[in-house]
Design a protein around this ligand. Structure first.
Ligand code: FE2
Length: 366
């Protein structure tokens, strides 16, 4: 940031934690289908009596899958209400205490006061605040920690190690919030966390014949953290954001976009491993080069995999979206490769949302 000081320096997203019904099986799915590697584990064997957490890594992307052992537990409550979903988006910071003090003094609701935890690998300080829905941001300070993940976790060595699929970093995490709440949460990210608004889309940008939504993209000082926030808008039929809110029972993370350096290879691998992607009709590709100009990739290969392309003033991007990764029509993933472009695929919104609507209609939710 040039003029104003970045009062909440974030190094980036450290990890995303999902609360799920069966963490052991979820971890297996993300290894098998998405090419994540076993990194760390905590559970009864490490002295945790109430839950089990499996930490997976692929390059800079870290996912944690956590399940409760008992019915009467906040993790069980979360899963009962939301189904499998994102509970934590954790940031790596240099000073977890200052991050907590700054944000809570600016109006954030505290989730966890700064707390130091240690084990044989060193110590880490963690604090946290609430954001939209039941979602939480943790501030993780681990410069004095040398272990595989965080204190309390043991290295997880497995004899089952599927090949990585070329996923490299978390590009952005999208939040869905309720009717009229987009500006509330954009103000939260701006005033409490010092984010700036990167882009805004209204319902004229993001509408199909039937449904609409609005979106604003918020980003932190170093622009490593990008959080689009969506809210439903009025249309002839039910907005996909409303479908999400109905099944998630409130606001929450809609999708995590993961960057790759070679989307053709990554998507071909993911598809072979059973990841299901949204279908794009063939006519999307008919005038593709007229719309986006020349691209390095083979158009036939792009079309065969159903990858979308968009261009902005800085370059172009390639992207594709999975179907929801659980039975509730809630969380899904985006795979993205940026070739200069810094935007989010506005030119694909219509084709994408029509693809989502076809799935909504199949579910009886349009
Ligand atoms: Fe996205």
């Amino acid at each position: 940031m040039s003029e104003k000081q970045d009062f909440l320096p974030l190094r980036g997203v450290d990890y995303v934690e999902f609360y799920v019904g069966n963490a052991k099986q979820a971890a297996h799915f993300y290894k098998t289908a998405f090419g994540f590697q076993s990194l760390a584990y905590a559970g009864p064997e490490t002295g945790l009596r109430d839950r089990a957490s499996y930490v997976l890594q692929q390059k800079k992307v870290k996912f944690v899958f956590t399940s409760a052992m008992q019915e009467d537990h906040y993790i069980s409550d979360h899963v009962r209400k939301h189904g499998d979903g994102v509970r934590v988006i954790a940031f790596e910071v240099d000073d977890a205490a200052a991050s907590w003090e700054t944000t809570t003094s600016r109006g954030a609701k505290s989730f966890q006061e700064p707390k130091t935890e240690e084990d044989n690998f060193g110590s880490a300080k963690i604090s946290g605040i609430h954001t939209y829905g039941d979602t939480v941001h943790l501030f993780v300070e681990k410069k004095n920690y040398d272990g595989p993940f965080l204190p309390g976790y043991m290295p997880w060595e497995s004899h089952y190690n599927p090949e990585p699929a070329g996923l490299v970093y978390i590009d952005h995490c999208v939040g869905n919030v309720g009717w009229g709440e987009m500006n509330t949460w954009c103000t939260f990210y701006s005033e409490v966390m010092g984010f700036d608004q990167l882009i805004s889309f209204d319902d004229k940008d993001i509408s199909t014949e039937y449904t609409a939504l609005m979106s604003k993209v918020m980003t932190n000082g170093n622009q490593k953290v990008k959080f689009p926030i969506n809210e439903p808008a009025e249309g002839k039929k039910k907005s996909q954001i409303e479908e999400y809110i109905d099944f998630y029972n409130g606001a929450g993370v809609q999708h995590v976009a993961i960057g790759t350096g070679d989307i053709l290879t990554t998507v071909a691998q993911l598809r072979d491993r059973g990841v299901e992607f949204l279908y794009v009709p063939e006519n999307y590709y008919e005038d593709l080069t007229d719309r986006v100009g020349e691209v390095d990739e083979d158009i036939a290969a792009i079309k065969e995999l159903g990858i979308l392309v968009d261009r902005d003033e800085d370059g172009y991007l390639l992207q594709i979206f999975t179907k929801p990764v659980q039975d509730r029509p809630t969380v899904f993933f985006e795979i993205i490769q940026r070739k200069g472009a810094r935007s989010f695929g506005k030119g694909n919104f219509k084709a994408l949302f029509e693809a989502i609507e076809r799935e909504q209609a199949r579910r009886g939710n349009l």
